[in-house]
Design a protein around this ligand. Structure first.
Ligand code: SDX
Length: 436
């Protein structure tokens, strides 16, 4: 970041009404657009900025993830997502995001074991599940049980203690997978399966989801590999809505379990992580290729709330690199399982038609990470309602890594945006007898 005042780059802001000019520093990162530092803007000009959905606002400095929306680039600490998805494990990527680099052999063994030995949850947590209806949405359960973990780990809630921050991060990465599997089991009326320490992270997750006590269960290595890849692709994504939620909650010094619970709630929305479920529901609603034009027309109709789920992205305006990797993984999983899901052909035809339509091309709407993920997860045996839970299992790594990075900043300050007030001006109180 530029520190030398002599060569400091600036923006000059002029108030056309008064003719006053204000110099604002420009800060430069290692990649991506520079930023205009407006931290002193209100003190200097008496004005706030206005950017309701943060389309042009940088909320923090971060070293974790870089996205170039025009070039379709996603990298974590400099490593491109396609390389990580092909050559690393999910826990390697977790180590990279948490500690700044891929682990060496010893670090990998130690970190894998550290996470492995945190996968069990307190036995009391089982009783939280008993209070839900079996048909409760899995994300409703996850919001609740994740936040409830705050009630169990009193020895690691001091956010000012680096060791407690670290053990909380390990607990969250390990236990969110167990909670996710328990949520699935509860929703289908099957008993919970305890974690197994002889399995890898993704093998163990699939085991806890699909094994039953009545017989041995062998994890399909192709599915375990696909699961690990899907988790890598969903691990972190810069300052998206749920990550920003976790950072804002963390800025008040709330404990990490409560912050991740807030992140799960934000991810649930169909505009965000809930889109993978919405894509499958949309494909089932479309039903056949001949119905595609009708739904494309609806997606373009401003009076129709219908949107093409799995399409579009706030940042990617060329293609979502994760979608490309997922499409390839989708073909591999379906081929290995010998499953031909008609929804794949439907999705591909929908993508082809949409990408030839000026409405989508002009607005740079391309398939995003959610467009193909649901088809793979469905082929693996997950119900649609579990898709966003799987997203949360992966994104917990990003959430807690971003949270850790924020807390390692020299001075943690509470996030507190301002507003443009458009309500009534000051007025005298009216007693109820005088109200019309
Ligand atoms: C994720 O931020 C992240 O990084 C998120 C994520 C992550 O890893 O954390 O990448 C994960 O959330 C992926 C996105 C999943 N959501 C969906 O697939 C839902 C469908 N997509 C849209 O709702 C929308 O594209 C968003 C929410 C993803 C982005 O919304 P923006 O950036 O606010 O764009 P917009 O709503 O302002 O749309 C711009 C134009 C509008 O038309 P005009 O008013 O200009 O005429 O594009 C249109 C929109 O109507 N548009 C769509 C559309 N998405 C945008 N029209 C039809 N179908 C769509 N999917």
């Amino acid at each position: 970041m530029n520190k030398n005042p002599k060569t400091e780059k600036t923006f000059t802001l002029t108030n056309d009404e008064t003719g006053e000019s204000f110099k604002l520093p420009v800060l430069e990162g290692t990649e991506g657009p520079p930023v205009i530092d407006i931290r002193k803007l209100y003190a200097q000009t008496g004005h706030f900025t206005f950017d309701p959905s943060f389309t042009a606002t940088g909320s923090c400095k971060s070293r974790l993830t870089f996205i170039d929306g025009e070039k379709g680039i996603l990298s974590h600490r400099g490593y491109h997502i396609a390389d990580l998805a092909e050559k690393s494990s999910f826990l390697d990527v977790a180590h990279l995001l948490l500690y700044g680099d891929l682990p060496n052999t010893k670090e990998k063994e130690d970190f894998d074991n550290e996470i492995r030995y945190h996968t069990m949850v307190d036995e009391q947590v089982n009783f939280f599940y008993r209070g839900f209806r079996r048909d409760a949405h899995p994300m409703a359960i996850m919001c609740a049980v994740m936040s409830a973990l705050s009630a169990f780990y009193h020895d690691s809630l001091d956010i000012n203690d680096p060791e407690q921050r670290e053990v909380s991060a390990h607990r969250l990465i390990a236990k969110v997978a167990t909670l996710g599997a328990m949520t699935h089991k509860y929703s289908i009326g099957q008993p919970f399966m305890y974690p197994r320490n002889d399995l890898s992270f993704s093998e163990n997750f699939l085991y806890m989801c699909f094994a039953v006590p009545a017989e041995p269960y062998k994890v399909n290595p192709v599915l375990a590999n696909a699961m690990d890849k899907i988790l890598i692709l969903h691990a972190d994504h810069e300052q998206n809505a749920s990550t920003s939620t976790v950072r804002l909650a963390g800025s008040s010094q709330a404990n990490p379990f409560a912050c991740v619970g807030a992140g799960i709630a934000s991810l649930w929305g169909p505009s965000h992580g809930g889109a993978n479920q919405a894509v499958l529901e949309m494909l089932d609603q479309i039903g056949s290729v001949d119905k595609i034009p009708e739904f494309i027309a609806r997606a373009k109709d401003k009076d129709d709330p219908f949107r093409l789920m799995g399409f579009g992205h706030r940042v990617y305006k060329n293609f979502d690199p994760r979608a490309n990797v997922l499409k390839k993984a989708c073909d591999e999983v379906l081929a290995d399982l010998g499953v031909s899901d008609p929804r794949v052909e439907l999705a591909m035809e929908l993508e082809r038609i949409a990408l030839e339509d000026p409405y989508f091309v002009d607005r740079k709407l391309f398939p995003n990470v959610d467009f193909y993920s649901g088809i793979i997860l469905s082929a693996m045996g997950f119900p649609t309602s579990m898709f966003t839970v799987l997203f949360a299992v992966a994104r917990t790594v990003g959430w807690i890594s971003q949270w850790k990075e924020m807390l390692e900043e020299p001075a943690l300050r509470i996030g507190r945006p301002r507003q443009l007030y458009t309500g009534p001006k000051s007025r005298p109180y009216v007693d109820i007898k005088d109200r019309k």
